[in-house]
Design a binder for this molecule. Structure first.
Ligand code: NAG
Ligand code: NAG
Length: 391
């Protein structure tokens, strides 16, 4: 994988999340405490798919200016963002911010508005059913890039349709998977154990094996399992929804000169497109060692009987015919989503996927475009490219 694709491709639930101990918010901390005796509208009361879409209402600008909008429950809403100095626990000294949100003019005594606040690095939510000033604290930015993003674009605010609370709560299990921290990595390992019964046993040192290319043959298989950061979170979900125990695979090929190559999809070309490549083994291995998604790599030799039958000429012919072809985003989602609602293991469901897709399209338009625009265009026989663009 090219480094930029590592940072890029978060799929179904890819909004970054909070840090481990210096935590702006641990997801659990921001879970709304549900008042007893209030019966929340249920998802199946929804009238149409549009009811499920979170709507982007505002980007709260970074300069303490306020922004206003009208919501479903409160007609007058106003928010502003003020940067705060680094606190004691803020090792990186990036500081944080306070988002002030004023809700007024509720249309009834019992209504409430549910919001999602997002940067590409985190997502959190809150709900309001009283007219007053509310504050939301970002204790510290996760990364200098997050601070830079917020300085330029502010914090995005999405209004959730009523009834989405349950859906949002189900994100709790999933959001930490995308955190590029030891906490995020443990969240991935715990998730795989809990939902798939898959365990990772710590091997003895050295953790980086030395592979002699002479021992590797055409047809030997590389099964890769990334467990950290956005790719880690993505692969964890991919394993879970497909039932596979690897998140990515590649194949070894030897040429007539005895040089070892790796055939793999997902490398960036000069134009920034993700393509299929055949690259020298040492180049592949160097990239794998540098990969911050902490890939666990299993080199699986072909069974001797199968190796004897492996037609290297045909394999090379095929690899050469595929080299340079697009990554395969157009098939990625639909290789495992092939029913309207039955492909998602709980707590993931179609509603959640739709919500996250629409938020993601807003936050990471380029990658959203790869994923569903290509896929939908292919299936509908169209060539429509949405240019969502951040403001
Ligand atoms: C930002 O706005 C708040 C509320 O209007 C105000 O109390 C605060 O002093 C402002 N901060 C700056 C740095 O202007
Ligand atoms: C191997 O593949 C090549 C190319 O497709 C083919 O011409 C050849 O007959 C195959 N060899 C065997 C032993 O099947």
């Amino acid at each position: 994988m090219s480094p930029s694709s590592l940072h890029a491709l978060l799929i179904i639930l890819f909004l970054g999340s909070a840090h481990a101990l210096k935590v702006p918010f641990r997801v659990n901390d921001v879970l709304p405490v549900l008042p007893h005796g209030i019966s929340w509208p249920l998802l199946n009361n929804l009238h149409s798919a549009v009811d499920l879409l979170p709507s982007f209402v505002a980007a709260v600008p970074p300069d303490n200016d306020s922004v206003q909008w009208r919501a479903a429950c409160f007609y007058d809403n106003q928010a502003s963002l003020e940067f705060t100095a680094p606190g004691h626990d803020d090792a990186d000294g990036l500081g944080g911010a306070v988002l002030r949100l004023k809700t007024e003019a509720a249309h009834s005594w019992t209504c409430m508005d549910l919001y999602v606040f997002a940067t590409p690095y985190r997502i959190t939510w809150d709900y309001y059913f009283s007219a007053r000033e509310h504050t939301l604290k970002f204790d510290s930015w996760e990364d200098p890039a997050e601070l830079e993003y917020v300085k330029r674009h502010g914090v995005s605010v999405f209004l959730m349709p009523s009834g989405m609370l349950g859906t949002l709560l189900s994100l709790v299990d999933v959001l930490p998977l995308f955190s590029n921290t030891a906490w995020g990595q443990n969240a991935n390992l715990d998730f795989l154990k809990k939902h798939m019964g898959a365990t990772f046993e710590k091997r003895i040192q050295p953790w980086r094996a030395t592979v002699d290319p002479a021992d590797v043959h055409s047809g030997d298989f590389l099964a890769v399992s990334k467990i950290r950061g956005r790719w880690g979170g993505f692969e964890t979900l991919e394993k879970w929804v497909t039932g596979a125990f690897a998140g990515h695979t590649a194949v070894c090929l030897k040429d007539e000169m005895g040089n070892l190559w790796v055939g793999e999809s997902g490398h960036e070309n000069e134009k920034g497109e993700e393509i299929i490549v055949v690259i020298p083994w040492h180049e592949w291995w160097t990239l794998a060692l540098k990969d911050n998604s902490n890939p666990q790599i299993a080199l699986l030799p072909l069974h001797p009987e199968l190796r004897a039958r492996f037609n290297s000429t045909a394999a090379w012919e095929y690899a050469r015919s595929m080299s340079g072809k697009p990554y395969g985003y157009h098939n990625m989602i639909f290789s495992w989503i092939d029913t309207v609602a039955d492909n998602y293991p709980p707590p993931l469901d179609a509603h959640l996927v739709i919500s996250v897709m629409s938020m993601w399209t807003r936050m990471q338009p380029a990658y959203a475009a790869n994923m569903w625009n290509e896929a939908l265009n292919k299936r509908l026989g169209t060539e429509v490219y949405l240019d969502v663009g951040l403001q």
